[in-house]
Design a protein around this ligand. Structure first.
Ligand SMILES: Cc1ncc(COP(=O)(O)O)c(C=O)c1O
Length: 493
Protein backbone atom coordinates (compact mmCIF):
# COMPACT_ATOMS: atom_id res chain seq x y z
CA UNK A 1 0.00 0.00 0.00
CA UNK A 2 1.07 3.53 -0.47
CA UNK A 3 0.69 4.23 3.19
CA UNK A 4 3.49 3.13 5.39
CA UNK A 5 1.91 3.93 8.73
CA UNK A 6 -1.06 2.52 10.55
CA UNK A 7 -3.07 2.26 7.35
CA UNK A 8 -0.86 -0.55 6.19
CA UNK A 9 -1.40 -2.66 9.23
CA UNK A 10 -5.04 -3.19 8.53
CA UNK A 11 -4.66 -3.22 4.81
CA UNK A 12 -3.76 -6.78 4.07
CA UNK A 13 -0.72 -8.69 3.12
CA UNK A 14 -0.40 -7.93 -0.54
CA UNK A 15 2.23 -5.18 -0.33
CA UNK A 16 2.40 -1.88 -2.15
CA UNK A 17 -0.17 -0.52 -4.56
CA UNK A 18 0.18 2.75 -6.40
CA UNK A 19 -1.07 5.33 -3.90
CA UNK A 20 -1.19 8.41 -6.12
CA UNK A 21 -2.63 6.46 -9.03
CA UNK A 22 -5.43 4.98 -6.93
CA UNK A 23 -6.23 8.35 -5.39
CA UNK A 24 -6.47 9.82 -8.91
CA UNK A 25 -8.80 7.04 -10.02
CA UNK A 26 -11.14 7.70 -7.13
CA UNK A 27 -11.04 11.42 -7.81
CA UNK A 28 -12.07 10.63 -11.38
CA UNK A 29 -15.08 8.68 -10.08
CA UNK A 30 -16.16 11.37 -7.67
CA UNK A 31 -19.24 12.66 -9.45
CA UNK A 32 -20.51 9.10 -9.76
CA UNK A 33 -19.76 8.43 -6.09
CA UNK A 34 -21.53 11.58 -4.95
CA UNK A 35 -24.65 10.71 -6.88
CA UNK A 36 -24.96 7.65 -4.65
CA UNK A 37 -25.38 9.88 -1.58
CA UNK A 38 -28.35 12.21 -2.04
CA UNK A 39 -28.17 13.34 1.61
CA UNK A 40 -24.69 14.69 1.07
CA UNK A 41 -25.88 18.10 -0.08
CA UNK A 42 -29.34 18.36 1.42
CA UNK A 43 -30.51 17.15 4.79
CA UNK A 44 -33.85 15.64 5.74
CA UNK A 45 -35.52 19.09 5.69
CA UNK A 46 -34.19 19.87 2.22
CA UNK A 47 -31.65 22.36 3.62
CA UNK A 48 -28.27 22.60 1.90
CA UNK A 49 -25.41 21.45 4.08
CA UNK A 50 -21.86 20.16 4.23
CA UNK A 51 -21.94 17.03 6.33
CA UNK A 52 -18.80 16.63 8.45
CA UNK A 53 -19.99 14.14 11.03
CA UNK A 54 -19.02 10.97 9.20
CA UNK A 55 -17.43 9.58 12.35
CA UNK A 56 -20.86 9.86 13.98
CA UNK A 57 -22.41 7.99 11.07
CA UNK A 58 -21.69 8.04 7.35
CA UNK A 59 -24.34 8.88 4.81
CA UNK A 60 -26.37 5.96 3.50
CA UNK A 61 -25.77 4.85 -0.08
CA UNK A 62 -28.94 5.12 -2.13
CA UNK A 63 -28.89 1.46 -3.09
CA UNK A 64 -28.69 0.48 0.57
CA UNK A 65 -31.79 2.55 1.37
CA UNK A 66 -33.64 1.08 -1.62
CA UNK A 67 -32.75 -2.48 -0.60
CA UNK A 68 -34.09 -1.82 2.90
CA UNK A 69 -37.32 -0.51 1.47
CA UNK A 70 -37.72 -3.52 -0.80
CA UNK A 71 -37.04 -6.02 1.99
CA UNK A 72 -39.31 -4.16 4.40
CA UNK A 73 -42.12 -4.38 1.86
CA UNK A 74 -41.62 -7.93 0.63
CA UNK A 75 -39.59 -10.14 2.95
CA UNK A 76 -41.34 -12.66 5.18
CA UNK A 77 -41.00 -12.37 8.94
CA UNK A 78 -39.63 -15.91 9.10
CA UNK A 79 -37.13 -17.51 6.77
CA UNK A 80 -37.43 -21.12 5.64
CA UNK A 81 -36.59 -23.62 2.93
CA UNK A 82 -39.84 -24.37 1.13
CA UNK A 83 -41.80 -21.44 -0.29
CA UNK A 84 -40.09 -18.87 -2.47
CA UNK A 85 -40.85 -16.14 0.09
CA UNK A 86 -39.19 -18.14 2.86
CA UNK A 87 -36.21 -18.96 0.70
CA UNK A 88 -35.86 -15.38 -0.48
CA UNK A 89 -35.86 -14.22 3.12
CA UNK A 90 -33.27 -16.83 4.08
CA UNK A 91 -31.14 -15.65 1.20
CA UNK A 92 -31.02 -12.16 2.75
CA UNK A 93 -29.16 -13.60 5.74
CA UNK A 94 -26.84 -15.70 3.61
CA UNK A 95 -25.91 -12.71 1.46
CA UNK A 96 -25.30 -10.46 4.45
CA UNK A 97 -22.96 -12.98 6.10
CA UNK A 98 -21.17 -13.60 2.82
CA UNK A 99 -20.81 -9.88 2.18
CA UNK A 100 -19.44 -9.21 5.65
CA UNK A 101 -16.96 -12.10 5.33
CA UNK A 102 -15.73 -10.74 1.99
CA UNK A 103 -15.47 -7.25 3.46
CA UNK A 104 -13.23 -8.53 6.27
CA UNK A 105 -11.44 -11.27 4.31
CA UNK A 106 -12.77 -13.65 6.96
CA UNK A 107 -12.23 -17.38 6.39
CA UNK A 108 -15.96 -18.16 6.55
CA UNK A 109 -19.38 -16.43 6.56
CA UNK A 110 -20.20 -18.78 9.45
CA UNK A 111 -17.96 -16.63 11.64
CA UNK A 112 -20.19 -13.57 11.21
CA UNK A 113 -23.04 -12.69 13.57
CA UNK A 114 -25.38 -9.70 13.59
CA UNK A 115 -26.33 -7.57 16.58
CA UNK A 116 -28.30 -4.41 17.30
CA UNK A 117 -25.10 -2.39 17.33
CA UNK A 118 -21.40 -2.82 17.93
CA UNK A 119 -21.92 -1.93 21.60
CA UNK A 120 -24.46 -4.75 21.79
CA UNK A 121 -22.14 -7.16 19.97
CA UNK A 122 -19.30 -6.45 22.38
CA UNK A 123 -21.51 -6.82 25.47
CA UNK A 124 -22.68 -10.16 24.05
CA UNK A 125 -19.12 -11.23 23.40
CA UNK A 126 -17.85 -10.13 26.77
CA UNK A 127 -20.60 -12.01 28.56
CA UNK A 128 -19.94 -15.17 26.55
CA UNK A 129 -16.58 -15.62 28.30
CA UNK A 130 -18.15 -15.97 31.72
CA UNK A 131 -17.22 -19.63 32.19
CA UNK A 132 -13.60 -19.12 31.33
CA UNK A 133 -12.47 -16.42 33.72
CA UNK A 134 -10.71 -16.83 37.04
CA UNK A 135 -9.37 -14.61 39.79
CA UNK A 136 -5.92 -13.37 39.00
CA UNK A 137 -6.67 -12.97 35.30
CA UNK A 138 -6.39 -9.48 33.87
CA UNK A 139 -7.25 -7.68 30.66
CA UNK A 140 -6.15 -4.55 28.86
CA UNK A 141 -8.27 -1.78 27.39
CA UNK A 142 -6.95 1.42 25.84
CA UNK A 143 -7.40 5.15 26.29
CA UNK A 144 -7.80 5.48 22.54
CA UNK A 145 -10.97 3.40 22.40
CA UNK A 146 -14.63 4.28 22.15
CA UNK A 147 -16.51 3.34 25.33
CA UNK A 148 -18.19 0.48 23.40
CA UNK A 149 -14.94 -1.51 23.52
CA UNK A 150 -14.16 -0.59 27.12
CA UNK A 151 -17.36 -0.67 29.18
CA UNK A 152 -18.33 -4.28 28.32
CA UNK A 153 -14.91 -5.45 29.53
CA UNK A 154 -14.77 -3.14 32.53
CA UNK A 155 -18.27 -3.95 33.70
CA UNK A 156 -18.57 -7.70 32.98
CA UNK A 157 -14.98 -8.84 33.44
CA UNK A 158 -13.91 -6.09 35.82
CA UNK A 159 -16.74 -5.10 38.16
CA UNK A 160 -18.75 -8.35 37.99
CA UNK A 161 -15.88 -10.84 37.98
CA UNK A 162 -13.35 -8.82 39.89
CA UNK A 163 -10.65 -9.04 37.25
CA UNK A 164 -8.03 -6.37 37.01
CA UNK A 165 -8.57 -4.01 34.09
CA UNK A 166 -5.41 -2.32 32.89
CA UNK A 167 -5.48 0.73 30.67
CA UNK A 168 -2.98 1.34 27.91
CA UNK A 169 -1.92 4.97 27.54
CA UNK A 170 -2.07 7.28 24.58
CA UNK A 171 1.07 9.24 23.73
CA UNK A 172 1.02 13.01 23.42
CA UNK A 173 0.75 12.74 19.64
CA UNK A 174 -2.43 10.70 19.91
CA UNK A 175 -0.87 7.33 19.10
CA UNK A 176 -1.23 4.26 21.27
CA UNK A 177 1.77 3.71 23.54
CA UNK A 178 2.81 0.21 22.49
CA UNK A 179 5.71 0.15 24.96
CA UNK A 180 3.18 0.69 27.71
CA UNK A 181 1.03 -2.09 26.26
CA UNK A 182 3.99 -4.46 26.33
CA UNK A 183 4.75 -3.47 29.93
CA UNK A 184 1.14 -4.06 31.02
CA UNK A 185 0.91 -7.52 29.48
CA UNK A 186 1.79 -10.62 31.50
CA UNK A 187 1.03 -14.35 31.52
CA UNK A 188 -2.38 -13.77 33.10
CA UNK A 189 -3.52 -11.22 30.51
CA UNK A 190 -6.44 -12.92 28.82
CA UNK A 191 -7.51 -10.27 26.38
CA UNK A 192 -6.57 -6.95 24.80
CA UNK A 193 -9.49 -4.81 23.58
CA UNK A 194 -8.22 -2.29 21.08
CA UNK A 195 -9.58 0.05 18.49
CA UNK A 196 -8.52 -0.01 14.87
CA UNK A 197 -8.74 3.77 14.77
CA UNK A 198 -9.82 6.43 17.23
CA UNK A 199 -13.20 8.03 16.56
CA UNK A 200 -11.97 11.01 18.58
CA UNK A 201 -8.49 11.71 17.27
CA UNK A 202 -8.47 9.78 14.01
CA UNK A 203 -5.29 7.85 14.90
CA UNK A 204 -4.99 4.46 13.20
CA UNK A 205 -3.61 1.71 15.43
CA UNK A 206 -1.08 -0.80 14.07
CA UNK A 207 -3.24 -3.76 15.04
CA UNK A 208 -0.75 -6.37 13.78
CA UNK A 209 1.77 -4.91 16.19
CA UNK A 210 -0.74 -5.12 19.04
CA UNK A 211 -1.40 -8.76 18.17
CA UNK A 212 2.34 -9.49 18.12
CA UNK A 213 2.66 -8.08 21.64
CA UNK A 214 -0.48 -9.89 22.84
CA UNK A 215 0.94 -13.21 21.64
CA UNK A 216 4.16 -12.91 23.60
CA UNK A 217 3.14 -15.80 25.83
CA UNK A 218 1.53 -17.95 23.16
CA UNK A 219 -1.31 -18.39 20.65
CA UNK A 220 -4.58 -18.56 22.59
CA UNK A 221 -6.51 -21.80 22.27
CA UNK A 222 -9.87 -22.35 23.99
CA UNK A 223 -9.44 -24.47 27.12
CA UNK A 224 -10.18 -28.14 26.44
CA UNK A 225 -13.81 -29.14 26.78
CA UNK A 226 -15.30 -25.69 26.34
CA UNK A 227 -18.34 -25.24 24.13
CA UNK A 228 -19.66 -28.72 24.82
CA UNK A 229 -22.93 -29.34 26.61
CA UNK A 230 -22.94 -31.69 29.54
CA UNK A 231 -24.72 -34.91 28.74
CA UNK A 232 -28.00 -35.44 30.55
CA UNK A 233 -28.62 -31.73 31.16
CA UNK A 234 -31.85 -31.42 29.23
CA UNK A 235 -32.57 -31.02 25.56
CA UNK A 236 -29.67 -30.51 23.23
CA UNK A 237 -28.50 -26.95 23.34
CA UNK A 238 -29.61 -26.50 26.94
CA UNK A 239 -26.55 -27.96 28.56
CA UNK A 240 -24.29 -25.81 30.64
CA UNK A 241 -20.54 -25.99 30.27
CA UNK A 242 -18.64 -28.48 32.36
CA UNK A 243 -17.66 -27.38 35.85
CA UNK A 244 -14.11 -27.16 36.99
CA UNK A 245 -12.95 -25.82 33.70
CA UNK A 246 -13.36 -22.21 34.69
CA UNK A 247 -10.06 -20.49 35.08
CA UNK A 248 -8.17 -23.09 33.07
CA UNK A 249 -7.10 -20.07 31.05
CA UNK A 250 -5.17 -19.96 27.83
CA UNK A 251 -1.71 -18.95 26.74
CA UNK A 252 -1.30 -15.56 25.13
CA UNK A 253 -3.91 -12.80 25.05
CA UNK A 254 -6.89 -12.64 22.71
CA UNK A 255 -7.28 -9.44 20.70
CA UNK A 256 -10.71 -7.87 20.18
CA UNK A 257 -10.71 -5.10 17.58
CA UNK A 258 -13.23 -2.31 17.30
CA UNK A 259 -13.17 -1.43 13.60
CA UNK A 260 -16.22 0.83 13.66
CA UNK A 261 -14.37 4.02 12.94
CA UNK A 262 -11.86 2.68 10.44
CA UNK A 263 -14.24 0.51 8.40
CA UNK A 264 -15.15 3.26 5.92
CA UNK A 265 -11.59 4.55 5.58
CA UNK A 266 -9.46 1.64 4.44
CA UNK A 267 -9.20 -2.10 3.84
CA UNK A 268 -9.82 -4.45 6.73
CA UNK A 269 -8.32 -7.91 6.71
CA UNK A 270 -8.76 -10.07 9.79
CA UNK A 271 -6.31 -12.65 8.51
CA UNK A 272 -3.60 -10.06 7.98
CA UNK A 273 -4.31 -8.45 11.33
CA UNK A 274 -4.21 -11.79 13.13
CA UNK A 275 -6.81 -10.66 15.68
CA UNK A 276 -9.41 -12.97 17.22
CA UNK A 277 -12.59 -10.89 17.15
CA UNK A 278 -13.58 -7.76 15.27
CA UNK A 279 -16.73 -5.65 15.22
CA UNK A 280 -18.03 -2.85 13.03
CA UNK A 281 -21.33 -1.06 12.43
CA UNK A 282 -23.33 -0.76 9.22
CA UNK A 283 -24.25 2.88 9.77
CA UNK A 284 -20.59 3.87 9.71
CA UNK A 285 -20.19 2.06 6.41
CA UNK A 286 -22.83 3.69 4.17
CA UNK A 287 -25.55 1.33 5.38
CA UNK A 288 -28.05 0.79 8.19
CA UNK A 289 -27.80 0.56 11.99
CA UNK A 290 -26.51 -2.94 12.73
CA UNK A 291 -23.52 -4.38 14.56
CA UNK A 292 -21.41 -7.00 12.81
CA UNK A 293 -19.21 -9.33 14.83
CA UNK A 294 -16.53 -11.60 13.40
CA UNK A 295 -14.65 -14.13 15.51
CA UNK A 296 -12.42 -17.13 15.03
CA UNK A 297 -14.64 -20.17 14.69
CA UNK A 298 -12.95 -22.25 17.38
CA UNK A 299 -13.43 -19.45 19.90
CA UNK A 300 -16.99 -18.69 18.86
CA UNK A 301 -17.75 -22.38 19.26
CA UNK A 302 -16.14 -22.46 22.70
CA UNK A 303 -17.95 -19.48 24.17
CA UNK A 304 -21.40 -19.42 25.75
CA UNK A 305 -23.38 -16.31 24.76
CA UNK A 306 -26.82 -15.35 26.01
CA UNK A 307 -29.09 -17.59 23.99
CA UNK A 308 -32.81 -18.13 23.90
CA UNK A 309 -33.18 -21.82 24.70
CA UNK A 310 -34.99 -22.89 21.55
CA UNK A 311 -32.46 -21.13 19.34
CA UNK A 312 -29.92 -23.47 17.78
CA UNK A 313 -26.78 -23.88 19.83
CA UNK A 314 -24.38 -23.38 16.97
CA UNK A 315 -22.09 -20.69 15.63
CA UNK A 316 -23.00 -18.09 14.49
CA UNK A 317 -26.75 -18.11 15.21
CA UNK A 318 -26.30 -18.81 18.92
CA UNK A 319 -24.96 -15.25 19.17
CA UNK A 320 -28.11 -13.72 17.68
CA UNK A 321 -31.07 -13.02 19.94
CA UNK A 322 -34.54 -12.78 18.45
CA UNK A 323 -35.75 -12.53 14.88
CA UNK A 324 -33.24 -10.73 12.69
CA UNK A 325 -34.13 -7.45 11.04
CA UNK A 326 -34.28 -8.55 7.40
CA UNK A 327 -34.58 -5.05 6.01
CA UNK A 328 -31.46 -3.98 7.85
CA UNK A 329 -29.50 -7.02 6.65
CA UNK A 330 -30.62 -6.39 3.07
CA UNK A 331 -29.44 -2.79 3.46
CA UNK A 332 -26.10 -3.96 4.81
CA UNK A 333 -25.59 -6.28 1.83
CA UNK A 334 -26.41 -3.41 -0.50
CA UNK A 335 -23.78 -1.24 1.23
CA UNK A 336 -21.24 -3.99 0.48
CA UNK A 337 -22.61 -4.09 -3.08
CA UNK A 338 -21.98 -0.37 -3.37
CA UNK A 339 -18.35 -0.89 -2.34
CA UNK A 340 -17.94 -3.88 -4.64
CA UNK A 341 -19.31 -1.91 -7.57
CA UNK A 342 -16.94 0.93 -6.72
CA UNK A 343 -14.09 -1.58 -6.54
CA UNK A 344 -15.09 -2.92 -9.95
CA UNK A 345 -14.84 0.59 -11.39
CA UNK A 346 -11.45 1.12 -9.74
CA UNK A 347 -10.19 -2.25 -10.98
CA UNK A 348 -11.30 -1.47 -14.54
CA UNK A 349 -9.63 1.95 -14.44
CA UNK A 350 -6.47 0.39 -13.00
CA UNK A 351 -6.25 -1.91 -16.03
CA UNK A 352 -5.46 1.18 -18.16
CA UNK A 353 -2.63 2.35 -15.93
CA UNK A 354 0.78 0.76 -16.44
CA UNK A 355 1.88 1.69 -12.91
CA UNK A 356 -0.92 -0.48 -11.48
CA UNK A 357 -0.31 -3.62 -13.56
CA UNK A 358 1.83 -5.32 -10.94
CA UNK A 359 -0.72 -4.50 -8.24
CA UNK A 360 -3.54 -5.87 -10.37
CA UNK A 361 -1.67 -9.12 -10.95
CA UNK A 362 -0.87 -9.42 -7.26
CA UNK A 363 -4.43 -8.77 -6.11
CA UNK A 364 -5.80 -11.23 -8.66
CA UNK A 365 -3.43 -13.85 -7.23
CA UNK A 366 -4.24 -13.15 -3.60
CA UNK A 367 -8.01 -12.73 -3.98
CA UNK A 368 -9.44 -15.13 -6.56
CA UNK A 369 -12.83 -14.31 -5.03
CA UNK A 370 -14.14 -11.40 -7.11
CA UNK A 371 -16.16 -9.75 -4.33
CA UNK A 372 -13.24 -9.67 -1.93
CA UNK A 373 -10.89 -8.41 -4.63
CA UNK A 374 -13.22 -5.57 -5.53
CA UNK A 375 -13.66 -4.61 -1.90
CA UNK A 376 -9.90 -4.50 -1.66
CA UNK A 377 -9.62 -2.23 -4.70
CA UNK A 378 -12.37 0.04 -3.43
CA UNK A 379 -11.04 0.43 0.09
CA UNK A 380 -7.43 0.86 -1.05
CA UNK A 381 -8.54 3.66 -3.38
CA UNK A 382 -10.64 5.20 -0.60
CA UNK A 383 -7.70 5.15 1.77
CA UNK A 384 -5.24 6.60 -0.72
CA UNK A 385 -7.68 9.30 -1.79
CA UNK A 386 -8.49 10.20 1.81
CA UNK A 387 -4.82 10.58 2.55
CA UNK A 388 -4.66 13.38 0.01
CA UNK A 389 -7.56 14.98 1.87
CA UNK A 390 -5.84 14.52 5.22
CA UNK A 391 -2.67 16.11 3.92
CA UNK A 392 -4.55 19.18 2.70
CA UNK A 393 -6.40 19.45 6.01
CA UNK A 394 -3.26 19.03 8.10
CA UNK A 395 -1.54 21.78 6.11
CA UNK A 396 -4.64 23.93 6.61
CA UNK A 397 -4.71 23.33 10.36
CA UNK A 398 -1.00 24.16 10.57
CA UNK A 399 -1.68 27.49 8.86
CA UNK A 400 -4.57 28.19 11.25
CA UNK A 401 -2.43 27.61 14.35
CA UNK A 402 -1.46 31.27 14.49
CA UNK A 403 -5.16 32.11 14.64
CA UNK A 404 -5.52 30.06 17.80
CA UNK A 405 -6.76 26.86 16.19
CA UNK A 406 -5.22 23.85 17.89
CA UNK A 407 -5.42 20.35 16.41
CA UNK A 408 -5.17 17.36 18.76
CA UNK A 409 -3.48 14.15 17.66
CA UNK A 410 -1.22 13.61 14.67
CA UNK A 411 -0.70 17.02 13.07
CA UNK A 412 2.31 16.45 10.82
CA UNK A 413 1.28 16.26 7.19
CA UNK A 414 4.09 13.77 6.53
CA UNK A 415 2.31 11.35 8.88
CA UNK A 416 -1.08 11.49 7.14
CA UNK A 417 -0.91 7.72 6.58
CA UNK A 418 -1.12 7.15 10.33
CA UNK A 419 -4.55 8.72 10.64
CA UNK A 420 -8.05 8.73 9.24
CA UNK A 421 -9.57 12.06 8.11
CA UNK A 422 -11.16 12.73 11.51
CA UNK A 423 -9.94 15.91 13.17
CA UNK A 424 -10.36 17.02 16.77
CA UNK A 425 -9.58 20.67 17.30
CA UNK A 426 -10.30 23.68 19.45
CA UNK A 427 -10.28 27.40 18.89
CA UNK A 428 -8.81 29.64 21.55
CA UNK A 429 -11.47 31.47 23.54
CA UNK A 430 -14.43 29.68 21.98
CA UNK A 431 -16.65 26.94 23.35
CA UNK A 432 -17.56 23.80 21.47
CA UNK A 433 -21.12 25.05 20.97
CA UNK A 434 -19.97 28.42 19.65
CA UNK A 435 -17.81 26.75 17.04
CA UNK A 436 -20.49 24.27 16.12
CA UNK A 437 -23.08 27.04 15.71
CA UNK A 438 -20.84 29.28 13.66
CA UNK A 439 -19.73 26.48 11.37
CA UNK A 440 -23.41 25.91 10.69
CA UNK A 441 -24.42 29.55 10.39
CA UNK A 442 -21.50 30.68 8.27
CA UNK A 443 -20.69 27.59 6.26
CA UNK A 444 -23.73 25.31 6.55
CA UNK A 445 -21.24 22.82 7.96
CA UNK A 446 -22.62 20.15 10.26
CA UNK A 447 -20.43 18.85 13.08
CA UNK A 448 -21.48 17.05 16.28
CA UNK A 449 -21.15 18.13 19.90
CA UNK A 450 -20.52 16.14 23.06
CA UNK A 451 -17.70 13.73 23.85
CA UNK A 452 -18.26 11.21 21.05
CA UNK A 453 -17.98 8.42 23.67
CA UNK A 454 -14.27 8.61 22.96
CA UNK A 455 -12.28 7.82 26.10
CA UNK A 456 -9.42 9.97 24.86
CA UNK A 457 -11.82 12.90 24.72
CA UNK A 458 -14.06 12.50 27.72
CA UNK A 459 -11.81 10.86 30.26
CA UNK A 460 -8.36 12.04 29.33
CA UNK A 461 -8.43 15.24 27.37
CA UNK A 462 -11.14 16.64 29.61
CA UNK A 463 -11.48 19.64 27.37
CA UNK A 464 -15.00 20.87 26.84
CA UNK A 465 -13.88 22.89 23.85
CA UNK A 466 -13.00 20.19 21.37
CA UNK A 467 -14.86 20.03 18.08
CA UNK A 468 -14.67 17.11 15.67
CA UNK A 469 -14.87 17.35 11.90
CA UNK A 470 -14.78 14.04 10.05
CA UNK A 471 -14.62 13.42 6.32
CA UNK A 472 -15.39 10.48 4.04
CA UNK A 473 -14.49 9.43 0.50
CA UNK A 474 -17.36 11.42 -1.05
CA UNK A 475 -15.79 14.61 0.27
CA UNK A 476 -13.04 16.27 -1.70
CA UNK A 477 -10.56 19.08 -1.71
CA UNK A 478 -13.53 21.39 -2.34
CA UNK A 479 -15.04 20.25 0.98
CA UNK A 480 -11.72 20.62 2.79
CA UNK A 481 -11.19 24.12 1.40
CA UNK A 482 -14.69 25.24 2.36
CA UNK A 483 -14.21 23.91 5.89
CA UNK A 484 -10.81 25.56 6.35
CA UNK A 485 -12.00 28.90 4.96
CA UNK A 486 -15.03 28.90 7.27
CA UNK A 487 -12.87 28.00 10.27
CA UNK A 488 -10.49 30.78 9.35
CA UNK A 489 -13.34 33.32 9.43
CA UNK A 490 -14.61 31.99 12.75
CA UNK A 491 -11.17 32.04 14.37
CA UNK A 492 -10.60 35.73 13.64
CA UNK A 493 -14.14 36.96 14.00
C1 LIG B 1 -15.04 3.68 17.26
C2 LIG B 1 -16.44 3.33 17.65
N1 LIG B 1 -16.66 2.15 18.27
C3 LIG B 1 -17.89 1.77 18.63
C4 LIG B 1 -18.97 2.58 18.40
C5 LIG B 1 -20.33 2.11 18.84
O1 LIG B 1 -21.03 1.65 17.75
P1 LIG B 1 -22.60 1.34 17.91
O2 LIG B 1 -23.30 2.66 17.90
O3 LIG B 1 -22.93 0.49 16.71
O4 LIG B 1 -22.77 0.63 19.17
C6 LIG B 1 -18.79 3.81 17.78
C7 LIG B 1 -19.94 4.72 17.56
O5 LIG B 1 -19.81 5.92 17.62
C8 LIG B 1 -17.49 4.19 17.39
O6 LIG B 1 -17.26 5.36 16.77
Amino acid sequence: MSSSGGGDTTGGAEGATGGAALAAILRGLHEEVRRQFPARERDITGERRVYLNNAGGTLVAERSARAMEEAALRANAQDGAVSSGERGTAEIHVRARRGAAAFLNAPSPEEISFHLSTSHALFNLSFAFRDLLARGDNLIVTQLDHAANVTPWESLWGEDRGLEVRECRVRRDGTLDLDHLAALLDRRTRLVAVTCASNGLGTVVPVEEVVRIARRHGEPEPPAGTGRSLPGRGPSGRGRPARGRAGAGWRGALVVVDAVHHACHGPLDVRAMGCDFLAFSGYKLFGPMVGVLWGRKRWLDALRPYRVQANENRTPVKYEQGTPNHAVLAGLSAAFDYLEALGGRVEAAAADRPELQATAARLAGIYPDRDRRRIKWAMSAVRDFEQTLSKALLLGFAALARRGVHLHGIADEARAAERDPTFLFEVRGRTQMEIKRRLWEEGRIEVPDGNYYSLAVYRHLRSRRTVRASFAHYDGLDTARHFLDTLDRIAVG
